[in-house]
Design a protein around this ligand. Structure first.
Ligand SMILES: NC(=O)c1ccc[n+]([C@@H]2O[C@H](COP(=O)([O-])OP(=O)(O)OC[C@H]3O[C@@H](n4cnc5c(N)ncnc54)[C@H](O)[C@@H]3O)[C@@H](O)[C@H]2O)c1
Ligand SMILES: [Zn+2]
Ligand SMILES: [Zn+2]
Length: 382
């Protein structure tokens, strides 16, 4: 079948919206008609090359190049066709994307750590999770799917492990946001940082991820939520989502956090800037007090191997540093749980959407992300 998709052909290029061919789903696969796709910063890491493996790593993956690739890993849609042996969804079901697939059987899934599912291993390149072959073609050439999803397309064929059935009363643009940004930010605060009532939390970088770390910290009962972002609009949004203080930079925040905590500093620091660089850790760690946890959620360039960390203080102040993927939540459990909170009025989702775009306007949407004018831009399909 013919459909349309935003394809990236190489580093630092624009997304090209063009016609592609999609084959029907095979065993364990489904065809999804995407209805909404969020414009997360992670897709931008493909454009800039932060998330493009070096040639020798690609060679080990058996690939010459990641390109061409269809972007998009935050999304929600409707099942249009199912292949043989599919058991978790049927035609017409509403689904959330799950950028980490959930096989339900590997040792990580079996121990409640669905964000670490072994089926996520080949997420950046190659063919289908199911059998490694391709279902998507552009001008007769195979085209990859970011996170095996490719939600920047009207339709893609994906493994049933990559979709999660959701209730039909929920707006699909809200479901799309939960599928990456909301879950990742909220989980970074509530699960990975394990924010406790009364704590002081610092969140660095208020985009689609950071705003939800603020929202999570508030729900977990933090007393002080200090949101840091150079963009004034982001700081205003942070206050609407529960921040108690805002600063334009970590350097500006440092003396103020010292004063407001009588020198004890933050219990939890969550790093959610657009790109994670090693030098950001120096002030991130300085903002963190005794017995604190620093959670690194933002994606660094793949080749970044150095960070400025005071190792004396790490030990003597009994601090810890933790990474997280998907806020350390389990997609099959936590996507429906977060959507229940939205329905119940405790989780804000509608307020996260700044601007809606058509697929043809994708480059405009990413320009707005770079300019800091969107909390989240969302592509809405017919
Ligand atoms: N770990 C995961 O599973 C996961 C999932 C999704 C996204 N991410 C990553 O999280 C990061 C944030 O994504 P997003 O979609 O919210 O990005 P975004 O571009 O929407 O927001 C990033 C914000 O950080 C701010 N910022 C940049 N540098 C800063 C600095 N030095 N100090 C303070 N603020 C700064 C920007 O002004 C912007 O408001 C990205 O790196 C993304 O790839 C990680
Ligand atoms: Zn994302
Ligand atoms: Zn698994």
């Amino acid at each position: 079948m013919k459909t349309r998709a935003a394809v990236l052909w190489g580093l630092n290029e624009s997304w090209k919206v063009q016609e592609i061919d999609v084959d029907p789903p095979k065993s364990g696969e489904v065809l999804v008609k995407w209805k909404a796709a969020g414009m997360c910063h992670s897709d931008e890491h493909l454009v800039t090359g932060d998330m493009v493996p070096p040639a020798e790593v690609l060679a080990m993956m058996g690939l010459e190049s990641l390109f061409p690739i269809i972007g998009g890993h935050e999304g929600a849609g409707v099942i249009e066709a199912v292949g043989p042996d599919v058991t978790s969804v049927k035609v017409g079901d509403h689904v959330s994307a799950s950028f980490v697939p959930s096989c339900g059987k590997c040792r990580y899934c079996a121990t409640g750590r669905g964000n670490l599912c072994n089926s996520g291993a080949g997420t950046l390149g190659g063919g289908m999770i199911t059998d490694g072959t391709h279902r998507h073609f552009v001008d007769g050439q195979p085209v990859g799917l970011l996170a095996k999803l490719g939600t920047f397309a009207e339709r893609t064929c994906v493994s049933e492990m990559s979709v999660i059935k959701v209730d039909e009363d929920l707006p699909l643009e809200c479901v799309a946001l939960v599928s990456c940004g909301v879950a990742t930010g909220w989980g970074s605060a509530t699960k990975r940082a394990d924010v406790r009532p009364g704590e002081t939390v610092v969140d660095v970088g208020i985009g689609g991820i950071g705003i939800n770390a603020v929202q999570g910290a508030k729900m977990a009962g933090a007393s002080r939520i200090i949101a840091i972002d150079p963009v004034e609009f982001k700081r205003e949004k942070a206050m609407e989502f529960g921040a108690t203080h805002t600063f334009a930079s970590m350097a500006d925040a440092l003396p103020e956090v010292t004063t407001m905590t009588n020198g004890e500093m933050a219990d939890k620091v969550i790093m959610t800037p657009g790109v994670m660089y090693g030098e950001l850790m120096e002030l991130g760690m300085a903002l963190a007090g005794k017995g604190s946890t620093v959670v690194v959620t933002a994606v660094a360039p793949m080749t970044q191997t150095e960070a400025s960390i005071n190792l004396f203080q790490l030990a003597m102040w009994n601090k810890e540093i933790k990474g997280t993927i998907f806020g350390s939540l389990t997609p099959r459990v936590d996507i429906p749980r977060l959507l229940d909170m939205y329905r119940g009025g405790t989780l804000k989702l509608d307020e996260l959407i700044t601007t809606r775009y058509s697929l043809d306007e994708i480059n405009e949407g990413y320009a707005a992300m770079r300019d800091g004018t969107n909390i989240r831009g969302v592509i809405v399909y017919d």
